[in-house]
Write a protein that binds this ligand. Structure first.
Ligand code: F55
Length: 838
């Protein structure tokens, strides 16, 4: 790097306006950005001008670390983790970066001196909602931990112009609004127009033998687009490491539309441009209607091709020997969405870099590892063969070749077992033919993992059973984790301060240290402070609820919260059945002395998932009746918070008393909201599903409200013929509750509205709500009764937090590093600052 500094000038920066961290320097840098970047005098600057000026002030301080990280990795040719994910649900950057830089308080002070409130500026940021839920958020937590653990890593994803839709509630129904997150600009990204890679689609292939006697295949595409890199730094907590999140945007290739223009087809050229840019236009909500969507397959391939070409480009900058590619890069596939990578890496190595098939296959398998996130068989991705073949003709050939060689091995292992062969095949030959992406991911990876202990076990018994029997050594469990930086330090400063005052700050990087809180569970003074922190957080949430939906809730009532995507298996409607049960009891006994109870819901339904949308309508309809009934006033409130997202989560988790984790056992792969609640002092009411099992193991059965059938019990119930109508007919309260919904009590007399929900419960009840109903209602009662003993409750809450250390994403990432990625930390020195002009 050439120095901009004349010889003789000092090369170590102290209080430079772009790197300095004193309050005065920060204040000056902010004013400078307000003038020179936003082009504003302070008197006329808007909140957004203030937010952007501050964002650039913070970004300058990230850049120093980011460039030094990149330089260190390049100089050392460091082994690098590539996390491939169609989703990164980052949440707002500003607060998180201030925490990780250790500048939160200094910046708050600098803003105050300028007459501004940092909280107001933080609220200005529009969060990048580039994910649906847990899977996308997990990718974001893992990026935070990778940087904090000083592991060289690149996150590769898609820069959707519109992220997950914004949710409005009108007349109790969900309405989807386009998420225009880029409207006011994104100060956290740097466009890299010089990093542009071509991506082909459609057309056909032909083969020939080259002059050296090699068999070559050429893909002549019908369409070609280019991927442009947009880079965002991901800083670790109080380290110099800032890793790269590289998101790709699709654009038309200039030469393509010029060609059309020259032949006079201007509109053809314009259409071509629009079609190309559509590829990264919008994030698909995970929907039943996703299967077979061509544009979705284009997105997946676009991501994989850009990411792998970029890795090869970076590799070739330092070495020409691609046979060692897997020594430099290890690639994690976040579910099957990027699984087409297996075929794409083969194509790049064989067709474009002329490696022999066997060498390329060796590299490919040693490069990839695959994480599964679901046990729902209908959620396993498969692409209709005609669609796949027309969009990716060369990849289909490569997949056939991979499959043929794979099935030859299977035949050797299981002679004559045709059924097993058919199940293992990457091609589903039943009825209409499909490419099975999970099979492709399994065959092309050296490691396969589930996301919680129970989930990993069930994977081996159900959806991936044949692969487990064939190659058991590939399988392992990596229980999910969440980053304590965003989900405690940033979102719950009160609790963070209290904990740090007693056990120091080490826990933020070594979450196991929370154990040191255990003795304090018996300390009355500490317990009082703990309670005060929670109460303050509840007051804050109550104010937010009032302002957002106009419902007044009592901060001393129990805050019982269920926030997550709406899905039948997550059983939000089981919670509704309990609310109606409570409501009935209060109507029957108006003087009944119950614990005042506030139920808070949040979550989005996929736009094409009618039943999920109807569950939202049911929650709002029950809320309307309950909240306006004077007989229950002050004792029962129901709130549906619209547009649940990361920002909303940060308000909600710190204020929860009771965390609802009530999925049907065997359906929730892990859950991560369960961890966020528990880390913020909420007690869990839940089934033995996903990571609940491990949370209960850690915090102790006596600090966990367990209910419901286990996986084994449910299997037994189905084996014996599940008859939900018998359960309802034999349980008078349950029957009354169902009848109350059916007779239109919550729908202004409309007896049709909720029929699809209630009828399904009576007749089929795939997710066994009725089988778990009584156990849930009893458990709820036990929890709310215990809440009255605040001393006991607070003690349980402290113990709960003290024992949650396992669920840090740092622990999860360490396990991936040791067992799957075999990658080590690389320390980044901040030596080279000489290129910054002074
Ligand atoms: C997104 C797109 C498609 Cl096409 C399918 C699924 C998704 C998605 O968002 N899945 C998802 O969030 N899965 C969840 O992953 C979490 C992280 O591992 C788990 O905790 C959770 O149990 C699982 O449902």
């Amino acid at each position: 790097m050439t120095s901009l500094i004349p010889p003789g000038c000092p090369t170590v920066l102290t209080e430079d306006d772009r790197t300095g961290t004193s309050v005065e320097t920060l204040r000056r840098a902010f004013m400078d950005n307000l003038f020179f970047v936003q082009g504003r005098f302070p008197e006329v600057a808007t909140k957004n001008d203030h937010y952007l000026a501050l964002a650039y002030t913070v970004r300058d301080r990230l850049l120093l670390r980011w460039l030094n990280s990149a330089k260190t990795y390049r100089d050392q040719f460091s082994r690098t983790v590539c996390y491939l994910s169609a989703e990164f649900l980052l949440g707002p950057h500003l607060g998180n970066n201030l925490i990780n830089l250790g500048l939160y308080d200094a910046v708050a002070e600098a803003m105050q001196q300028t007459g501004l409130d940092l909280n107001v500026l933080l609220d200005q940021e529009e969060e990048p909602g580039l994910g649906n839920g847990g899977l996308g958020r997990l990718a974001a937590c893992y990026m935070d931990s990778l940087a904090t653990l000083e592991i060289p890593a690149i996150g590769y994803g898609i820069r959707y112009e519109y992220g997950i839709f914004d949710q409005e509630i009108r007349d109790g129904w969900q309405v989807e609004i386009t998420d225009k997150w880029l409207r006011y600009g994104n100060p956290w990204e740097i466009a890299r127009p010089e990093i542009t890679l071509p991506v082909k689609f459609g057309g056909s292939t032909y083969s020939y033998t080259d002059d050296q006697g090699r068999y070559r295949v050429v893909w002549q595409p019908h369409q070609m687009v280019q991927g442009i890199a947009y880079d965002t730094p991901i800083l670790g907590y109080k380290v110099n490491t800032a890793n790269l999140l590289r998101l790709w945007r699709a654009e038309a290739i200039e030469s393509f539309d010029f060609q059309a223009f020259n032949t006079g087809d201007y509109y053809g050229a314009v259409n071509e441009k629009i079609a190309s840019e559509n590829i990264t236009k919008v994030l698909y909500p995970n929907d039943e209607q996703l299967q077979g969507k061509e544009l979705r397959l284009m997105q997946q391939y676009f991501l994989c091709s850009c990411a792998l070409q970029d890795m090869i480009r970076l590799y070739l900058q330092c070495s020409s020997d691609l046979t060692r590619f897997h020594h430099k890069f290890t690639v994690q596939l976040n579910d099957t969405h990027p699984a087409i990578s297996v075929a794409e890496l083969m194509r790049l190595l064989v067709d474009e870099h002329l490696l022999p098939w066997d060498t390329a296959w060796d590299i490919t398998r040693q490069t990839f590892a695959y994480t599964n996130h679901t046990l729902l068989p209908e959620a396993l991705e498969k692409w209709p063969l005609p669609l796949f073949g027309s969009l990716l003709p060369r990849h289909l050939q490569i997949i056939y070749e991979i499959n043929q060689r794979f099935l030859d091995q299977v035949r050797l292992a299981y002679p004559g077992d045709q059924e097993r062969l058919a199940r293992l095949s990457i091609i589903d030959e039943s009825e209409c033919r499909y490419v099975r992406m999970a099979n492709l991911a399994c065959v092309g990876s050296h490691a396969i993992n589930g996301v919680a202990a129970l989930h990993s076990e069930l994977l081996k018994q159900t959806v991936l059973r044949d692969f487990y029997e064939l190659t058991p050594e590939k399988f392992s469990n990596k229980t999910n984790g969440v980053t304590p930086r965003r989900w405690m330090v940033l979102s719950n400063p009160g609790l963070t301060r209290l904990i740090s005052n007693h056990i120091g700050e080490d826990w933020i990087k070594h979450l196991d240290q929370l154990r040191r809180l255990e003795p304090l569970a018996e300390d009355a003074g500490f317990a009082a402070e703990w309670h005060a922190v929670k109460h303050k957080n509840k007051v804050r949430l109550a104010e937010y609820i009032q302002q957002r939906v106009g419902i007044s809730v009592d901060p001393s009532s129990i805050f019982d919260i269920l926030v997550k995507r709406i899905h039948e298996y997550k059983r939000q409607h089981l919670c509704v059945l309990n609310i109606i049960t409570l409501y009935q009891r209060l109507k029957d006994h108006p003087n009944l002395d119950i614990t005042p109870h506030t139920f808070i819901f949040g979550g989005k339904a996929a736009p094409g998932y009618y039943k999920a949308k109807l569950i939202i309508k049911l929650i709002n309809s029950v809320a309307e009746v309950v909240n306006t009934d004077p007989t229950v006033a002050d004792r029962l409130k129901v709130v549906f918070l619209p547009d649940y997202n990361v920002t909303c989560g940060q308000r909600v988790y710190p204020a929860a008393d009771l965390s609802e984790q009530i999925s049907t056992a065997g359906y929730e792969a892990s859950g991560t909201g369960n961890m966020k609640f528990a880390l913020n002092g909420a007690l869990t009411i839940g089934t033995l599903d996903g990571a609940n099992v491990e949370i209960r193991e850690e915090v102790g059965a006596e600090n966990f409200f367990l209910f419901g059938n286990t996986v084994e019990q449910l299997q037994e119930i189905w084996r014996n013929g599940y008859r939900p109508w018998e359960i309802a007919n034999n349980n008078p309260m349950l029957k009354r509750v169902l009848d109350l919904i059916s007779c239109g009590h919550f729908s202004h007399g409309d007896t049709e509205l909720f029929r699809p929900i209630v009828e399904h419960l009576w007749q089929n009840d795939r997710y066994c709500l009725l089988a778990d109903y009584q156990s849930y209602v009893d458990c709820q009662e036990q929890a709310t009764r215990l809440y009255r003993d605040q001393k006991q409750w607070v003690k349980m809450s402290i113990l709960n937090v003290a024992r949650m250390g396992k669920f840090s994403s740092d622990r999860a990432i360490r396990e991936y590093c040791e067992d799957i990625w075999r990658v080590q930390p690389v320390h980044v020195p901040l030596a080279d600052t000489s290129y910054i002009a002074q």
